[in-house]
Design a protein around this ligand. Structure first.
Ligand code: HAM
Length: 430
């Protein structure tokens, strides 16, 4: 019997696993230096949790799990935000504020697998709760930019597109979309690039816009406005939420990341719980799906039975990010843990000493590998050391070991030297 991995999932062989750990290490490093603490939750939850306020699309993608027929059904997590809101609601009073949490869960969504979309993926989450000022929104956006920089990306590669749900609501209301259809209008706008133009425009007609208004709205959503100059946006729109964007504008400028960001009213986000600022990170040509997406969700903790608590954050998947890094030539060559030493015997009598030396080096914390071959041909064994990308080859010879010295070859510059055995660990550390 032959089996294949389920559609849209990945097997992690050593190179893929090394990349995953490298990316997770960058996510963790950036989270910690920005003051976020790591959390984790269960991989399945009561299915009702995902129905509270995530929206129909994501609910339709939840995989159902149960132990056996007739028993209660759980949902495999399609996102982390509902779990986070549940966890915060349960201990809201005891948790020191503001709450700054990060996590890196694997998530499952029953989507059609395609470029940038899988059925199981990793998602870095950054969330800041308990602060309703735009400083919090800006700090999450700064953390997102910090990660991009960490991996070598620049504002020439990626833009953070920022909008505000209330600003878009004001425009839609001005154009005549009835209050009870605003959520439908948000969802439609979110699907803009996934739909045929005719079909997209027909839906706007249904929502009450005539052709002239559709054209006007489309023009508004297709242009972008620079951060650091929110007055531009104000003149073209107005409305109360512009004050929020003005304050955010100042913070983004203070954080020194204005050149990474722009306003784009075409961004509303598909999830139903967002209440204010919304943002997405996109590869600049627009060829890929969003690298990350987030925003303010000020009502969700209350909806989960907790106190009123403002919240803002984002999720970044590993799939689109890896595609963008590969496209820009920014994937590092070798992300496997570096091998410090490769040890082999140069004659049969030296074989007994190999294990002892390997054990000493490993005990000292050095990443040490050895040959399993029967040959003592030094040329062949040096090749094997190079295949392991070891920094040093440790060549064990009977006469030298008994004299208390050992031959060490630096495989980066090719220099070989004899050093006292007692100095081996120190030598290999440098
Ligand atoms: P989301 O927009 O659904 O937001 O997902 C955020 C990111 O996760 C996307 O931009 C993408 O990189 C990645 N992603 C989503 N679905 C897939 C998929 N099927 N395959 C690969 N990558 C995917 C949320 O999940 C929110 N809960 C984020 C959030 C956190 N908002 C506030 N805090």
């Amino acid at each position: 019997m032959k089996f294949q991995a389920p559609k849209g999932t990945r097997d992690y062989y050593p190179p893929e696993m090394a990349w995953r750990r490298y990316l997770e290490a960058a996510w963790r490093r950036v989270s910690i230096r920005n003051g976020f603490e790591e959390v984790e939750g269960p991989i399945f939850e009561d299915i009702e949790l995902y129905k509270v306020k995530s929206g129909d699309e994501i609910v339709s993608q939840v995989f159902h799990v149960s132990r056996q027929e007739g028993e209660s059904v759980f949902g495999l997590r399609p996102e982390f935000t509902p779990t986070l809101a549940r966890m915060v609601a349960a201990k809201a009073n005891a948790l020191p504020k503001p709450i700054k949490w990060f996590c890196m869960p694997n998530l499952c969504r029953g989507e059609r697998p395609q470029r940038g979309r899988l059925r199981e993926f990793l998602q870095w989450n950054i969330d800041l709760l308990g602060l309703d000022t735009p400083l919090a929104d800006a700090e999450t956006i700064f953390t997102l930019v910090d990660l991009m920089r960490e991996l070598g990306l620049t504002p020439q590669h990626v833009k953070i597109k920022i909008s505000h749900r209330e600003t878009v609501r004001t425009i839609l209301t001005m154009l005549g979309v009835p209050e009870d259809r605003i959520i439908d209008a948000f969802n439609l706008l979110d699907r803009r690039d996934k739909m045929e133009t005719n079909q997209y425009n027909a839906k706007w007609l249904e929502l009450g816009l005539d052709e002239h208004k559709i054209e006007r709205f489309d023009q508004m959503c297709r242009r972008t406005y620079p951060v650091g100059d929110v007055a531009h946006l104000e003149r073209s729109i107005g409305g109360e939420s512009i004050a929020d964007l003005e304050a955010l504008d100042r913070e983004l400028t203070r954080f020194g990341i204005a050149d990474w960001c722009e306003y784009d009213l075409g961004i509303v986000r598909g999830l139903a719980y967002y209440t204010g600022t919304v943002y997405e990170a996109h590869e600049i040509s627009g060829a890929e799906r969003a690298i990350a997406g987030g925003g303010r969700y000020d009502k969700l903790i209350e909806l989960m039975g907790g106190p009123a608590m403002p919240a803002v954050g984002f999720g970044m998947g590993d799939v689109v990010l890896s595609l963008v890094l590969a496209d820009k030539g920014l994937l590092p060559d070798n992300v496997s843990p570096p091998v410090d030493a490769f040890v082999f015997p140069a004659d049969d009598d030296a074989r007994d000493n190999v294990c002892r030396i390997v054990t000493d080096l490993r005990t000292a914390g050095l990443h040490t590998r050895m040959t399993y071959k029967t040959t003592t041909n030094v040329g062949k064994l040096l090749k094997e050391a190079a295949q392991h990308a070891a920094r040093y080859a440790v060549i064990v010879e009977t006469p030298t070991t008994s004299a208390g010295n050992i031959a060490v070859k630096n495989l980066t510059n090719g220099n070989q030297s004899e050093i006292p055995l007692a100095e081996l660990v120190d030598h290999l550390r440098h």
